[in-house]
Design a protein around this ligand. Structure first.
Ligand code: AGP
Length: 628
């Protein structure tokens, strides 16, 4: 996924573009660039690989005063992380004297770019990059030239430029969020959206464009969210939105909740550390106003299905990616145990193509922090196409999935900036717990059992605060594990998905290979991996399968494997067998993953620090994967 910014208005564009890119850096950080316009109307470009700070140094060393500009931070899809592939990309043709007739930035993937590129090459266009984006730039230049020749292009008219862009966009297959500026046209920008988000910040004599609201904080609280197949003509004082098939539309302006500025670390060294510590508050926010003691159930306002419709639901499908798929697994166990409803968990990237037989009484939930994950969006669209109500459990208000779903439940966890998901994961599990209560009380769950579940949910945040107190112990453990090359995370029942999540945290920010596994499955092969260099982290709770997992721990110990136990109860056997014991509070078994994951989040964080990794922006990753 990439980040886009744009500015047109009364002040110099550079500061907003750079600050905006810093705030979008979590969306991708292979390379970055901005384009500005000189007083003589010529377009200038500054591009660099790596972090935005590299770009800022370049821009500050050769500044361009300009009241219009666009910028981009890249997560490479086509072509490596090089300056040549960095956006903005110019559109132009040497034969038409086009040094740089236009500059364009793009977020998304154009699936038919090869055939379009071939057509342009045949027409004499040359390419300076390997990107799909450059195809859009040259196609737009080509369309403008053709419209000029046919006499349908009015030189100074923004609408003529928008019409040429429309002609290009209808030829693209795939997803895009694009912003374009034109040589010698200092008064307007064009923006267009299909599949990759774009918002327009409405200012006083200035307008701001961004991939999400993050860059707008402190600039404006009024925002227009473009929807698919819309083009916007943006000047310093006006915003005209054109729906591809119906013409000009009146856009609605939403007001951003300014709230706390989520783009500061508030004294923490990293966003990830801040967000790990925000989990108690996030859990309280997820529960706020949703626990109904009078009826011993959950109040979930956004499901948009009547009680009788919900009563007729016989089966759930939970779908998501990465960490969101892990929370879905915990949701499966919860809902099946508490509501006695069959639940299927599907990787969204599989569900969208697997075409499973799904009966009419099935309700689908897409689980997503960002609300922009391409596979999850596509899976929901596929299930909607088949007529299944498809809801979202989502953190990002106003995101594509939140808008397209038939309803849903917001996490209210606040913006999660660190690429490694933490507070969103625990909040997702809490929301799934509310869903289990809701469905359970529609079926067999007694009033008394419902109250017990409400008590367990209400007490959770305080228990997570206690789990955070393990950090000093974890720092010591991180020293011991920082040079490991492979770590196993083992759990059973509810703690098996937590083991998967703990392994993912370590992999994605420390680059150490780690594998989550059902503890009982080790003896069916993976135990061959165990030796004195392969630590195993066991997640243990004094529950249904305690004795079984202690046997699994002994099997690993007997083969010389170092054992770390994250457990909610200590006993002499564990004290004797485990090399390290991290004690966490004991909570209702279905909620234990939320407490037991905290030391694993901190462990991944501290190991990554000791290894000199970039905790908030790990290599090769982006916060939300809006490409397939
Ligand atoms: C989580 O730590 C990862 N960054 C990643 O697996 C993430 O959970 C996944 O890409 C899904 O993102 P979403 O929840 O925003 O849809």
């Amino acid at each position: 996924m990439c980040g886009i910014v744009g500015y047109v208005g009364k002040t110099d564009a550079t500061d907003f573009l750079l600050q905006g890119l810093y705030r979008l850096e979590y969306r991708g950080y292979d390379s970055a660039g901005i384009s500005l316009m000189r007083d003589d109307g010529l377009l200038e470009r500054r591009r660099s690989v790596g972090r935005i700070s590299n770009l800022e140094s370049l821009v500050r060393s050769s500044p361009v005063q300009s009241r219009i500009g666009i910028g981009h931070t890249r997560w490479a899809t086509h072509g490596g992380a090089t300056v040549a592939n960095a956006h903005p990309h110019y559109g132009g043709h040497s034969e038409h004297g086009g040094l740089s007739d236009l500059a364009l930035v793009h977020n998304g993937v154009i699936e038919n770019y090869q055939e379009l590129k071939h057509e342009l090459l045949m027409e004499g266009y040359s390419f300076q990059s390997e990107t799909d984006t450059e195809v859009i730039s040259h196609l737009l230049h080509q369309a403008i030239c053709k419209n000029r020749l046919s006499g349908t292009f009015e030189e100074g008219s923004p609408v003529s430029h928008a019409d040429a862009l429309r002609q290009v966009l209808v030829r693209l297959r795939g997803t895009y969020g694009v912003v374009v500026m034109f040589h010698g046209k200092p008064d307007f920008l064009l923006a267009a959206k299909c599949g990759s988000p774009l918002v327009i910040g409405v200012g006083q004599g200035e307008q701001f464009i961004a991939s999400d609201p993050a860059p707008l904080y402190g600039r404006t609280d009024k925002v227009i969210t473009l929807v698919d197949h819309q083009i916007a003509i943006i000047t310093s004082r006006t915003i005209q939105v054109i729906q591809r098939d119906t013409g000009t539309v009146q856009p609605s302006i939403q007001v951003l909740s300014q709230g706390e500025d989520s783009h500061s670390c508030d004294g923490h060294a990293h966003y990830m550390h801040k967000e790990i510590y925000q989990q108690p508050e996030a859990i309280r926010n997820a529960l706020r106003g949703r626990l109904d003691r009078d009826n011993a159930t959950a109040k979930l306002g956004g499901l948009n299905l009547t009680a009788s419709q919900m009563r007729n639901i016989e089966r759930l499908v939970l779908t998501g990616c990465g960490t969101s798929w892990h929370s879905a697994l915990i949701g499966e166990y919860m809902i099946e145990q508490i509501a006695r409803m069959p639940v299927e968990v599907e990787y969204a990237s599989e569900l969208r193509y697997r075409n499973p037989p799904v009966d009419k009484q099935t309700l689908v939930f897409g689980i997503t922090q960002s609300g922009e994950t391409a596979d999850t969006l596509a899976a929901l669209r596929e299930m909607q196409r088949k007529g299944h109500p498809s809801l979202a459990i989502c953190n990002n208000i106003g995101s594509s999935i939140a808008r397209e779903a038939d309803g849903g439940i917001y996490l209210h966890a606040g913006p999660e900036i660190g690429v490694a998901s933490t507070k969103a994961f625990t909040s997702q599990v809490v929301v799934l717990g509310l869903l289990a209560l809701y469905f359970g009380r529609m079926r067999h769950l007694s009033f008394e059992a419902g109250l017990g579940w409400i008590d367990a949910l209400e007490g959770l945040a305080d228990q997570v605060e206690i789990a955070l107190e393990t950090e000093n112990q974890i720092k010591e453990l991180a020293w011991e594990l920082k040079d490991a090359t492979n770590v196993l995370y083992l759990g059973r029942n509810y703690l098996f998905p937590a083991a998967l999540e703990g392994a993912l945290k370590l992999k994605e920010i420390s680059y150490i290979h780690a594998e989550g596994y059902p503890a009982a499955e080790m003896k069916h092969g993976p135990i061959a991996l165990v030796d004195e260099h392969t630590p195993s982290v066991f997640l243990i709770s004094k529950g249904l399968v305690y004795d079984k997992i202690m046997s699994n721990l002994q099997e690993v110990k007997a083969r010389g494997g170092p054992v770390i136990a994250v457990t909610d109860s200590m006993d002499s056997q564990l004290e004797k067998l485990a090399d390290r014991v991290i004690l966490v509070p004991s909570v209702a078994e279905p909620l234990q993953p939320i407490v037991s994951i905290v030391p694993l989040q901190l462990l991944a964080y501290h190991i990554a620090l000791l290894r000199g990794c970039d905790v908030d922006k790990p290599r090769n990753l982006a916060k939300s994967v809006t490409v397939e």
